[in-house]
Write a new protein. Structure first.
Length: 151
């Protein structure tokens, strides 16, 4: 019998994530699983070295961004995860697909549930590069949900 003890929910903190969360909760309840809520902040270092190179300004912007993200995660946890006693939340910086794959390995994740569309939501990016990379490289099953097709 398949055991799903740890579910990773990579979350971009948009309304799309809120549409997918009921599926995560349903699977978690069925298998009595721990939910790992993960938000990856793309590093600002890729913007470094351009025309505007002020390290202190960039650091201040990054701190403000992290505070806003924490508030969004607080709201998501309070509004939608309050009925789920088994969850961890984590915020990391880096490339989203890489950090998701790292978390799968480091936390011993059994299943990933994520959206097919992130912030962009463009039809041209059917799965989006993050979901596609995770699906191709994941060592565990990945359930992808298109938030635009949910009734």
């Amino acid at each position: 019998m398949v055991e799903i003890k740890k579910i990773l929910f990579p979350c971009d903190l948009t309304k799309n994530a809120s549409k997918i969360l009921p599926y995560v909760l349903s699977v978690s309840e069925k298998y009595d699983s721990m939910i790992y809520l993960l938000h990856v902040v793309e590093g600002l270092s890729k913007w470094d070295g351009g025309f505007y190179d002020s390290r202190s300004s960039m650091d201040m912007h990054q701190k403000e961004t992290h505070k806003r993200i924490e508030r969004c995660m607080d709201r998501l946890c309070e509004e939608q995860l309050q009925r789920c006693p088994n969850f961890h939340r984590r915020r990391v910086s880096g490339d989203p697909a890489t950090e998701i794959l790292k978390t799968i390995d480091s936390e011993g994740i059994d299943l990933v549930i994520m959206g097919t569309h992130g912030r962009k939501g463009l039809e041209d990016t059917i799965f989006g590069s993050v979901a596609e990379n995770v699906m191709k490289k994941s060592s565990v099953p990945v359930l992808v949900i298109n938030p635009y097709k949910i009734r």
